[in-house]
Design a binder for this molecule. Sequence first.
Ligand code: CUA
Length: 327
Amino acid sequence: MRPHVSDHGPPVGLAAIVAATSVLGGDGSESSRVAGVWWLMFGLSAAVYAVVAGFILVAVVRGRHSGPQPPNARQDERFIWIGGLLMPVVVLGVLAVVTVTTTRDLRPEDPNAVRIEVVGKRWWWDVRYPEDGVASANEVHVPVGRPVDLVLTSTDVIHSFWVPELAGKVDMVPGQVNHLRFTATRAGVYRGTCAEFCDLGHANMAFMVVAEPAEDFARWLARGASGSGTMPQAELAASGEVVFLRESCGGCHTVKGTTARGRRGPDLSDFGSRRTIAAATVPNTSENLMEWLRDPTSVKPGALMPPSRQIPDEELRALVAYLEGLR
Ligand code: CUA
């Protein structure tokens, strides 16, 4: 297996699609509160460190220059009570109260929240908007300024849904439903990743969260719900659809408006509008898609999609044109 990027030099970098991720990003209601607790912890730890280091410095300097001090039991005792007991109790007490209240207030239920179902699979993310009949994969669109309720589960092994800039981690456990609720406060494309080792494809199980203004989000949903635009316009794409159906791609994939209704692999109805392929492993370019179709495991080791080396290149090109036209 060769690493994909060595073939034709690095493809369009994923860095061009998303900014660097940071746990202190704070672009979501949850992450900004968690970041606040982190800064408080950091500040208090730094203060304690500075004070202790200061005492060490004083001891070192005084020990060298002023000889042994006469013992003062009262002073020593007071120092131990205050520095060794009172101060730690105060510092840890403040942190405990802030941590507990912050944790309690996270993920509030909201009847107005957009419900989004995300199922972790080996090794990609099934994304559904049940109220609007919209399905996608590896890309979660959310409106800015409106709470979302992510309903998380898994159908195989334990995965973990994590978009550091927006919220904390939540495990996706087979047979159990967990919730992640937050409000994105700034528009942007955020990288998320699986945060629980789930075998071979774990390192390449990422996704995008696209936080967009309410109107853009509504437009995206409406387009997904209508399923129109999946009719291939160009001749090349039309022959690609023939290849798609002939090769039984529909056994695993769904494309709205066709006979392809498989649920094993990602729903491809809006594939052409997605930014990445193979769960955010590489950007969604024609060249990467060709390579992916020909030999998925060369792009993403462990990928469960079978290779299509037997399909002639010109038919693969038609297939690429078809897939890119799905929007
Ligand atoms: Cu899914 Cu790690």
